[in-house]
Design a protein around this ligand. Sequence first.
Ligand code: ADP
Ligand code: MG
Length: 573
Amino acid sequence: MNKIHLLEENLINKIAAGEVVERPASVIKELVDNSIDAGANNITVEIIASGKELIKVADDGDGMSKEDLKNSIIRHATSKISTEQDLYTVDTMGFRGEALASISAVSELSITSKEKGADTAYKLEVNNTQQVSIEKTSATTGTIVLIKNLFANIPARLKFLKADATEQRYCIDTLTQIALANPQIAFTLIINGAKKIILPKDQQIVDRIKILFGENISTNLINIFCDHPHIKIKGFIGKPQLSGKSTEQFISVNQRSITDKIVYSAIKQAYSNLIMPSLKPTFFVYITTPSDFVDVNTHPQKKEIKFLNSNLLYSLVKDSVGKALEKTDLTVGGVLISNRNQLVEKQTNYTNSSSFPNFSVADKSRYNDNTIDKTEIYKSIFKSDDTQFFVLNNLYIVVKSENGLDILDQHAAHERVLYNQIKTTLKNAQVMKQKLLLPQKLELPISLEQLFIENITLLEKIGFEFEHNKKIYNITATPTFIKCNANTYINEVITSLNDTNDFNLIDDKTDRKIATMACKAAVKAGDKLSNNEITNLIKILDTFDEKYTCPHGRPVKVNIRFNDMDKMFKRVI
Ligand code: ADP
Ligand code: MG
């Protein structure tokens, strides 16, 4: 019996949609790309309920005729390429003719369009890939695409979407990337009725960066430039102090925002002796190259492309970033200034020190003198004594123990200590915080604002204080366990709070957040600790019952007993 049959058109479209339309943000990308291809100068994106209820993209581009409007939702129908040769020299964002067909398979879609120079506008209504109606309507030149109830007909897909705040962040991130790649176009983003992002037309990139990511980033950038005959590079890299676990990174090739491992590793390499290996540099890199030097047809969502000569690209990017860093005086900058703002006025002690040991691993000697207060606030409850240890690779602390050797991972150990301490703080409602001499303006990318607001109470409970005036938040106090820039810390914590996958070992939601907070405040692999700090770390860890793993389950301590050594050396069998 024959088992093979052709699938129905409707089902084919749903399968294709799986590749193209992963989440609301991917719909935004496809629709805005279409508006850019139509030559729009102004693009407005509106979402309700993180795009699940409604996504609307309106542009003032060339619009579509009645016939084109009907054809736009047919799979593999496109105005952008005709021959195979065109595929190798694509200079539009789209070319596969499948976005609208895919979207129409997973939502209720309507498109209103008026072609440039035409008298009449038309509105097309689509249901489950099929045209329901096409009628005359009134509209200005351009196109409005309206999508309602995305994935309502595929509950399985809906289930895979993340929390609203996260999906909303993905939407903002997507539009941000496109807006950075196209500074000549004006963009507006409206979320649940409120205007969130307004970017004027023909904007300087650095001004756009300032609106999207704040002044701390926009004022700490270094220009990069390369004028090779085939590969032109311009844009900005961040001074090393902007680097972090999560930071802004942007690459565009021929005005297409992409991710690219070659460009990334070239930049990372150029920073290699300036930042710790675990940190990521900030960059906004614009590459222009002839369209036949790249293959854009390699990724279903066109997020990656292939370069014809990736070795050349690697060395040009590395050189231009390297030269820019060499030429720049890196000793003054945002972190020094913002850390100075964090000078501690006095330590506000809300607890008695016996229930919350006034412990800090951080030691003044690890910081540049400019960056830290002269007041002795980091007193240790332990004096350095004759604990014997040595440190390998600024990571592993090897300690002589009663029955052999303990090897501690300094990050995991500090993370465990902070986690236990924060939990005690919350349980006893006692916090150790320090008032800042000058309030520090909170610099958060727009995409993280919602997450920040959702987590403000928890941040306050662990020792942060904020004052706010309309949308501007100032940090007025920080928990004593945080030794890095408060802005950097909050950014890192908020970014990670929603990436819950890491923390599946911990059931409780608040505990997962505390684990993140501890992790981000803990010393890192590669941080050089003073003898005092190490002694404190070892001793404090010892006071806890729970001390053998960090909150994520990685070992804090490995023990090699004399017995094991005897066996290794075949003294005993
Ligand atoms: P592609 O962009 O790959 O061609 P799409 O499914 O995204 O495929 O769009 C199909 C066609 O619909 C496009 O080729 C274009 O001609 C037309 N179109 C879509 N969106 C717009 C828009 N906003 N303005 C003008 N034309 C559009
Ligand atoms: Mg398209």
